[in-house]
Ligand binder design. Structure first.
Ligand SMILES: CC(=O)N[C@H]1[C@@H](OP(=O)(O)OP(=O)(O)OC[C@H]2O[C@@H](n3ccc(=O)[nH]c3=O)[C@H](O)[C@@H]2O)O[C@H](CO)[C@@H](O)[C@@H]1O
Ligand SMILES: C=C(OP(=O)(O)O)C(=O)O
Length: 418
């Protein structure tokens, strides 16, 4: 558990980790070329450890040196992903597109991930089926197989991040052209496109509504000599919110302001002072923050659902009533009941949270049930009176690299105990 003594004002500079949600599909993409790929700024987090274990199981030779990873997929010869690893994290599903591309088959089980409501994969399966993939199911496994992966014109019913990535990965080695419409526009999709194009793929359009992929042959793909993962916009947002709740003053480095803008816009609206220049984001608070009468989570470039829980913690401490609507996931409010244990006044009605700011939060025993809920509880604890004990470290470590050391370096009183 983390033990946090609240009341310290955060001050200082922090370098943002590489993106979890970029690293995972990019590591899966390394399967495609059967060559040695060198990837920098891969965060040291649990989800990456799981992905590494899966790739090794499949036959990849992996060298990890701090945040550098070299993935040689030359000896990958297996397309069955072990169930226990598959269940450890949601994004393991993107292995399906990469394995289908390389081997024309994949055996996976339904993926795991955060407890944030049902997370179907129908859009992944529908898109891949249009590309000639046949699916069988049994005992919780999905057997995917194709004699010939072929390009298709696919319209996604919803701009799903994972479905966009899976279809992109399958499209690289498909025969002909794949067009994906109504795709996710998240920066991580652009990062995946950039990595794949560095490999020799021919993909255009990431960051817009439509992606076009001209399929190629494995022999056309080269090794990726040196690729750096983009900064993690959700980790950046988390540290900004942590600073805001303590009336702090921080400077983020290794950050792309444009990617964080949907979060910055809301923090500015609350009264935070924010400057972005020369690749640094500075945030400080010089007056009481105000509530937000409308905060809706949306696909990028809307406000990210992954920042909803941290924002709820912050809104719990500002004067006035805030309305927060979660439109992306059906059941992503589990942190509300834990924040209530700390004195927050939050009521939930369907996908809407009504947050009435309280004068103070107080330390309590709380439990993180998912990754961002964990971040929210840590943030609340930083501002709470007394000590907070946050259980569920394993969820937090799925996505945050050294969060306790980073916050401690900014002045927080936080320790991790087994
Ligand atoms: C590893 C990774 O990158 N995870 C991110 C990714 O998750 P993930 O890729 O799982 O999120 P999606 O964009 O696919 O899901 C968004 C919504 O679409 C629904 N849906 C999705 C696929 C499908 O086949 N059918 C379907 O109905 C989901 O249930 C959810 O309600 O994007 C989410 C939305 O920004 C983020 O919260 C996650 O941090
Ligand atoms: C929901 C998240 O991750 P995943 O999709 O890996 O569960 C997240 O990063 O907040």
């Amino acid at each position: 558990m983390y033990i946090i003594k609240g009341g310290e004002t955060l001050y200082g500079k922090i370098r943002v980790q590489g993106s979890k949600n970029s690293s995972l599909p990019i590591l899966a993409a390394s399967i495609l070329n059967g060559r040695k790929n060198t990837i920098r700024d891969v965060p040291k987090i649990k989800d990456i450890a799981v992905m590494t274990e899966i790739l090794s199981y499949l036959g990849a030779d992996i060298i990890r040196d701090n945040n550098l990873m070299v993935v040689d997929s030359g000896n990958v010869n297996c397309s069955d992903v072990p169930e226990h690893l598959m269940r450890e994290m949601r994004s393991s599903i993107v292995l399906m597109g990469a394995l289908l591309g390389r081997f024309g088959k994949a055996k996976v089980s339904y993926p795991g991930g955060c407890e944030i409501g049902p997370r179907p994969i129908d859009l992944h399966l529908k898109g891949l089926a249009q590309m000639g993939v046949e699916f069988g199911e049994g005992h919780g496994f999905i057997y995917a197989k194709t004699d010939k992966l072929r390009g298709a014109d696919i319209h996604l019913d919803f701009p799903s991040v994972g479905a966009t990535e899976n279809i992109m990965l399958a499209g690289v080695l498909a025969q002909g052209t794949t067009i994906i419409r109504n795709v996710a526009k998240e920066p991580e999709i652009v990062d995946l496109q950039n990595f794949l194009n560095r490999m020799g793929a021919n993909i255009k359009g990431a960051g817009t509504d439509t992606i076009k992929i001209e399929g190629c042959k494995i022999d056309d793909l080269q090794q990726v000599e040196d690729y750096t993962i983009i900064p993690d916009r959700i980790a950046a947002g988390t540290y900004l919110v942590a600073a805001a709740i303590t009336n702090g003053h921080i400077w983020l480095t290794n950050v792309i302001a444009e990617h964080v803008e949907p979060i910055l816009a809301k923090l500015r609206e609350m009264g935070c002072m924010i400057n972005c220049s020369n690749g640094v984001i500075e945030l400080y608070v010089n007056k009481p923050l105000n509530s937000l009468d409308s905060l809706r989570t949306l696909p990028y470039p809307g406000f990210p659902t992954d920042m909803q829980a941290p924002m709820m913690a912050l809104l719990s401490t500002v004067e006035g009533t805030s309305i927060l609507v979660e439109t992306v996931f059906e059941n992503r409010f589990k942190h509300a009941q834990e924040l209530r244990r700390m004195g927050a006044n939050i009521s939930i009605n369907g996908n809407t949270a009504i947050i009435k700011g309280v004068d103070k939060l107080t330390g309590a025993m709380v439990e993180a049930k998912d990754l961002r809920a964990g971040a929210a509880l840590i943030i609340a604890a930083l501002a709470a009176e007394g000590e907070t004990y946050v259980e569920g470290v394993c969820h937090i470590e799925r996505g945050y690299e050294n969060i306790e050391d980073n916050l401690a370096a900014l002045g927080a009183k936080i320790v991790k105990k087994d």
